[in-house]
Structures are given as C-alpha cells and as structure tokens.
Design a protein. Structure first.
Length: 70
C-alpha cells in the first residue's frame, strides 16, 4: 500500500504539496501533472480513516431513532 510520501517522492515534490493537491488547492499546472502521474502509477487512494485519525475527527453524523413498540 503506497502512502502519500511515496507519491511525493515519485513526483519530486514535498508531501505538503501532494496534500494540497488532494485538498484541491490551486497548484502550478506542471506540479499538478507530476502528482497526477505519480498517483496513477502507484494506484494511490487516500485513506479517509487515516485522515480522521490525523485531524482527530470525521465528517460523520450519527442519527439515533428510538423504536417505540405499541
């Protein structure tokens, strides 16, 4: 399983730049192309669960509905 560090190394950019790409920040076209190619070559998919651990939270909402028996 490849991690973001592997993508950064393959693209020749810092890890923070790959993170910005994943978060849809504006980057130079040359940098975006390099990152996209590295992601395709490595079949990288970012892990939403790992992100939740890193930021200590998720964008998940739980809804609890009690069941009333008649």
């Amino acid at each position: 399983m490849d991690i973001i560090k592997d993508v950064a190394k393959k693209a020749g950019v810092p890890v923070g730049t790959v993170s910005k790409y994943i978060s849809n920040f504006e980057l130079k076209p040359k940098t975006k192309i390099a990152i996209e190619e590295a992601i395709k070559e490595l079949n990288y998919e970012h892990n939403i669960y790992a992100r939740g651990f890193k930021i200590n939270g998720t964008n998940t909402v739980a809804l609890i509905i009690p069941m009333v028996l008649l």
